[in-house]
Structures are given as structure tokens and as C-alpha cells.
Write a protein that binds this ligand. Structure first.
Ligand code: PA5
Length: 455
């Protein structure tokens, strides 16, 4: 299958927004050899399996094993499925769930959820929220999946300790394995020690591996995202097909025909040459809102770096901003249109909503509402997007449109895969290590020390 996602960068070109704010033909020409050189390096590194995220969708053994485990656990009829994890361990499944399951999913009956459990993604350590989740999800009726690549993140381990104690108390030590699955790095001489390995052993829990060459924020198509997706009944095969389709497009040695490279090059050039040090992602569909949140992490954590690959201080990175259309038209767009011209915008949209909602021919005494009567909410959403795009163009603000034909597993996987490859290319253009996060690690170490643990 080929990609059916449309990417339109015409509003980020100098012909649309002027040469101070848009990319000129000369700039595209200069970008091409840089992108091709970076492509050659990334291709070699992929072949050498330095980065595993590219090929996760091909790991049929992993996909089969998470599906089999989900089938087994779902037979218990759990009411709740709780993910314990933070950052890359949590944002992927949140994005998939919001995009692919019905709105207000947790409020539906079990029949409405097609027999699948409610989902709670616990990605924080707010005691009020965590206590509330524990109250709403009695351990006997709940399945937990603790996810941590390092297997030592304090927030996640804290959550796990609370859950294990409750499980032992309410279900008994022997039953813990029926309520808890563990996702962490594999065991082995080259692997860092994960504190989740002894937990899996002590309780005999099912474990899933995150390949060592896959970083947290690039792990959505590993068991990190795929086991929870299987527990929610999402279509894993369609997601793998979406990755394959986008992989074919994003493997091309081309600036203009490779959508990930084109977006990466435009973003990089906007930042270093046009003062656009912020990248706004503004979906015009509630289902896409958490993709913007997921993108915020991958863009910030991968590109926000102090040192270049050669060890020089560079302080790179574009600040990712998430917004939502049409909601944020009444919050952010005033700034976007008239504030500093320091942002590049990505509008994510679906060409066709699954359902349509007609605006009824009511309130007929109000003539001012004639223009809405008989139209659809879908049409209004499309008009709001077009209005924002055209207003931004008038103010010379560069915009890119990403259009999904519809909101389904095939399309959503394509978008996530596109953004992963785009981030890898952007990291090369910035000449930084896309795949590490020393800034995050530093904070973790300080917090651990403050809690009386070893630095
Ligand atoms: O992308 C990353 O590597 C991070 O955001 C991690 O996902 C996050 O810090 C959680 O780490 P871990 O999976 O080791 O608990």
C-alpha cells in the first residue's frame, strides 16, 4: 500500500508569504545536497541497526506476542487497563487512544467499548490523581502495564510500588501475575540493569521487551504502544501497514519527494534562517489533539540540545507548541496572527470526518443565523480552518498542511511514522544527537538524590 497522507508546503514558500518568512527556490536548491548527505548517513546507520524505530513495524514476532498476551488477559474481563509510565512510555498510547477510539471512551458501557477495558494512562505522580484512579479502579477488576525502558524512573517505580501493595492486599501475591505486565529493556550483558526484571521474576509476570536501539519517544510501535493498543482492540495490522506505506515514502533519497525530509528541511531552515524558533502543531479534529502532545515531546527532547555531534556548544531546538482548532482560534490565533512572526505552523486535518452533523433549521426568528442553518458542523470546521490559514497567509506566517483521508489506524500510524523520520532528519540537519536526552537524565538524577537515593 502507498501513503495516502497529503502534505502541502505551498504556504511555507516565499511565493506565499514572502522571502523573509518563506523558503525561496534558491534555499530549496541549497538544502537538497545537505538533505541527501544526511540521508546517506541515516541510511547507513539504519542498516547498521543503530536506530531500531524504523523497523519496529516489521517485527511480526513482537506484534504476534502482544496480540496473544492481550487475547489471554482480555478473557479475564477486566474493567480497567492502567498504564504506569511517563514521557515516551505514555504519550504514544494516549495519542493512539484519542485518535482511534470513540470520544469519551471511558464513559461508554462495556458493550460500547466492544468488551475492552477503560484506559487510564498514569503519567504523573500527583497524589490526588493517583489516589482517585486507585479508588475508581479496584485492583481485582484492573490490569496494569508498567512501562519503563530504563526500569528505574522514580515516578514509574513509585506508581508500581503503590499498585503492587494494593494488588497483594486485594488479590493476593500469587494473583499479581494475572494483573500486571511489564515492559522494559531486555536482559543481557550490554543492557542497562532494569529494576523491573526482578519484579517480573518475583511475581512471574508477562514481560515485553523494548529493543535497546529504540528510545522512549520513538517506541510507540514497540510493545510500549502496541500491547496497550491490543488491550484496547486497536487494529495493529493496519498500523503496521501504515508504517510500511510511510516508510516507503520516507526512504526516498529526495528532498521534494520524501515528505519527512521536506518537512524537516523546511522546519530547520525556518529556524536557522527566518527566526521561526517555535513549531506549532494545530490539529483540526479532537481525535488528533494528542498527536500534537506526542509530537511536542519528540521534537523537544530530540532537538533541544546543548552540544553538537562534535561537542561544540550550539543550544539548538525549536520550541514545539500544541494547539487545537477551532478551540484555540479563540485563545492563540490572535498571537499567531499579530504577535511576533517567530513560528512555523502545521495544521493536521482529516479530509472526511467519519460522521456528519447537520445544523438544524431552528431559531428561525434570528435572521443572522441563516448562514448556518441547514449546513453541517463538518463544513463549519473546514471553513474555520480555511479562514485561519488564509488569515495567517495574509500576515505572512508560514504554514504546512497535513491531510489524513480519514481518522483510522492506517492513517494515524503513517503520521506518527512520518514525524519520527522527520525528527531523525532534523537532528542530522541541526547536527545533534537526536536520540539521547542528557537534560532529562540530569533532572532524574538530582531528584533521586533529593529523595536520599544514589545519584
Ligand atoms: O524519550 C525518552 O527517552 C524519555 O522521554 C523517556 O520515555 C522517559 O524519560 C521515561 O523513561 P523510562 O522509559 O526509562 O521510564
Amino acid at each position: 500500500m502507498t501513503t495516502d497522507i497529503r502534505i502541502d508546503i505551498s504556504r511555507a514558500k516565499s511565493t506565499a508569504v514572502g522571502k523573509d518568512h518563506g523558503i525561496t527556490p534558491g534555499e530549496f536548491e541549497a538544502l537538497e545536497p545537505r538533505v541527501l548527505a544526511a540521508h546517506a548517513i541515516l541510511t547507513e546507520e539504519r542498516k547498521a541497526q543503530k536506530y531500531g524505530f524504523y523497523d519496529l513495524y516489521k517485527d511480526t514476532a513482537s506484534f504476534t506476542s502482544v496480540k496473544a498476551a492481550a487475547d489471554k488477559f482480555l478473557q479475564h474481563g477486566y474493567e480497567n487497563f492502567v498504564v504506569l509510565g511517563i514521557g515516551g512510555s505514555a504519550l504514544g498510547i494516549t495519542a493512539l487512544q484519542t485518535a482511534l477510539n470513540a470520544p469519551y471512551y471511558n464513559l461508554l458501557t462495556k458493550r460500547g467499548r466492544k468488551g475492552h477495558p477503560r484506559l487510564f494512562v498514569m503519567d504523573n505522580i500527583d497524589p490526588i490523581t493517583f489516589r482517585a484512579m486507585m479508588r475508581l479502579c479496584p485492583p481485582q477488576k484492573t490490569f496494569y502495564n508498567v512501562i519503563s525502558k530504563s526500569g528505574e524512573t522514580a515516578e514509574t517505580m513509585t506508581q508500581l510500588m503503590i499498585v503492587v501493595e494494593a494488588l497483594e492486599k486485594k488479590a493476593g501475591k500469587d494473583a499479581v501475575k494475572n494483573h500486571l505486565a511489564i515492559t522494559t529493556s531486555p536482559k543481557g550483558p550490554k543492557a542497562p540493569k532494569s529494576l523491573l526484571h526482578p519484579v517480573a521474576e518475583a511475581y512471574g509476570c508477562t514481560s515485553f521487551e523494548i529493543p535497546l536501539n529504540v528510545g522512549g519517544r520513538f517506541s510507540v510501535f514497540s510493545p510500549v504502544g502496541m500491547f496497550p493498543a491490543a488491550m484496547l482492540g486497536l487494529d495493529l495490522d493496519a498500523m503496521a501497514a501504515g508504517c510500511a506505506a510511510m516508510d516507503a515514502a520516507c526512504s526516498k533519497a529526495s528532498l521534494h519527494d520524501n515528505p519527512a525530509y521536506l518537512r524537516a528541511a523546511v522546519h530547520h531552515q525556518m529556524d536557522v534562517a527566518k527566526g521561526k524558533n517555535m513549531a506549532v502543531m494545530m490539529p483540526y479534529a479532537d481525535g488528533l489533539r494528542d498527536i500534537a502532545d506526542w509530537y511536542r515531546q519528540i521534537w523537544a527532547e530530540s532537538l533541544g540540545k546543548r552540544y553538537s555531534l562534535e561537542g561544540q556548544e550550539v543550544f539548538t531546538g525549536q520550541t514545539p507548541v500544541k494547539a487545537l482548532g477551532a478551540t484555540d482560534q479563540h485563545s492563540q490565533v490572535q498571537l499567531y496572527r499579530e504577535g511576533p512572526n517567530d513560528k512555523i505552523y502545521t495544521f493536521l486535518e482529516v479530509a472526511r470526518f467519519d460522521k456528519s452533523l447537520k445544523i438544524p433549521a431552528t431559531l428561525t426568528s434570528i435572521a443572522e443565523l441563516d448562514y448556518l442553518r441547514g449546513k453541517s458542523m463538518n463544513k463549519l470546521m473546514a471553513a474555520e480552518l480555511r479562514g485561519t490559514l488564509d488569515a495567517l497567509k495574509e500576515s505572512q506566517r508560514p504554514c504546512i498542511r497535513i491531510t489524513l483521508p480519514k481518522l483510522d489506524a492506517f492513517s494515524v500510524a503513517q503520521v506518527l511514522y512520518l514525524l519520527e523520520v522527520e525528527t531523525a532528519m532534523a537532528g542530522r540537519l541541526y547536527n545533534v544527537n537526536t536520540f539521547d536526552q542528557p537534560g532529562v537524565e540530569a533532572g532524574k538524577i538530582i531528584a533521586r538524590r533529593l529523595m536520599g537515593g544514589a545519584g
